[in-house]
Design a protein around this ligand. Structure first.
Ligand SMILES: Nc1ncnc2c1ncn2[C@@H]1O[C@H](COP(=O)(O)OP(=O)(O)O)[C@@H](O)[C@H]1O
Ligand SMILES: [Mg+2]
Length: 326
């Protein structure tokens, strides 16, 4: 892992690709299309959907679920249920915390967890946790050549991408605390082999260490341009350009490689007289995008006559997006 892989001479792909951008710009469509283009180039690809509206299923024209299922040759999909994952995520953290802290503050922790669970960031944190798990499995088992993530909207996602660093040190301090408790426990039971054994195989330290190692690994992938790329999807409009600029800068600040931009829903030049004013504005915005992001790869995807539905439509976008990697 970590090296950019070439399966046949024209195809380069990285193990992890993320699609960011504002809701409605076409992230899910582009992620599906990119995954499809990889699969068509003999790359075993998993598309990870996080969309609560099941739009990936609509776009692919077949239902995805929480289990990996086959979409087409070399193409698999999975849909993460954010609500369910959030519940699982908070419960697992809570269990760990409760086994570490003194009973006096248990109620306070439970209250904090309740707040955390209902906070707007909880679902994204859970999704990111699931991403980390998938990345770790991928690194270990190589079940797929590439995983394509259809991420949540810009703001949250970006904050989450900085989580490994924050969470890393948080977990570190939990481990230290637990080690202290365990060594006291060991001292208390120094004449009792049973207690000694229990202290040595402490499951809490084990699970915290696993979590820390996972975060550390995923942080390494995320900051390695040969392992990961982040594509931004935007439309040729004023606001998305400003937001994309901020998002790109933010990622660069964290050392996360930006693979390129995808300008989606570009109205074709021959769209007719009715579209002329829009075409003129679009031309201006495309110019601004090309100037503002001059150092980046930019792909433009045309506005299709209908919504993206079914693999045939996805294939039309796939041909264009696939080239952003070459
Ligand atoms: N190039 C395109 N041409 C026509 N419709 C598109 C295009 N890209 C996306 N759409 C449609 O726009 C809607 C939103 O796209 P989606 O990929 O779900 O966006 P996001 O994931 O960013 O919210 C969907 O109905 C999709 O079919
Ligand atoms: Mg989406």
């Amino acid at each position: 892992m970590g090296e950019e892989t070439e399966r046949n001479s024209a195809v380069k792909y990285r193990p992890f690709t993320f699609f960011g951008g504002k809701g409605g710009t076409g992230k899910t469509s582009c992620a599906a299309a990119y995954a499809y283009s990889l699969s068509q180039r003999a790359c075993r690809t998993l598309l990870v959907s996080t969309d609560p509206a099941h739009s990936t299923s609509d776009i692919l024209g077949l239902p995805l679920s929480a289990e990996v299922s086959r979409v087409a040759e070399n193409f698999w999909g999975i849909e993460i249920d954010a609500g369910l994952e959030a519940k699982r995520y908070i419960t697992s953290i809570q269990d760990k915390m409760l086994s570490i802290v003194s009973p006096v503050i248990v109620d306070e922790i439970k209250r904090q967890m309740e707040i955390a669970y209902t906070s707007p960031g909880a679902e994204e944190a859970a999704i990111f946790d699931k991403f980390v798990e998938l990345m770790d499995e991928q690194g270990a088992g190589k079940r797929f050549d590439a995983i394509v993530f259809d991420t949540a909207p810009t703001g949250h996602t970006l904050r989450l991408l900085s989580l490994p660093e924050i969470l890393g040190s948080w977990i570190e301090s939990l481990i230290a605390k637990r080690q202290q408790a365990v060594s006291l426990f060991k001292m208390g039971g120094r004449f009792d082999p049973e207690m000694q054994k229990r202290a040595e195989d402490d499951p809490v330290i084990e699970s915290l260490t696993l979590r820390r190692d996972r975060f550390e690994k995923s942080r390494r992938y995320l900051t390695d341009p040969s392992a990961c790329a982040f594509f931004f999807v935007l439309n040729a409009e004023k606001m998305p350009i400003l937001e994309t600029g901020r998002a790109v800068e933010m990622l660069q600040k964290y050392g996360i490689p930006v693979g390129g931009l995808i300008v989606n829903r570009v109205i074709p030049e021959d769209a007719g007289a009715f579209f002329e004013p829009r075409l003129a504005a679009q031309g201006e915005y495309l110019k601004v995008i090309r100037e503002r992001f001059a150092h980046m790869k930019i792909a433009t995807v045309p506005l299709l006559r209908t919504d993206v539905q079914g693999l045939e439509q996805v294939g039309k976008i796939a041909n264009i997006i696939g080239e952003i990697d070459s």
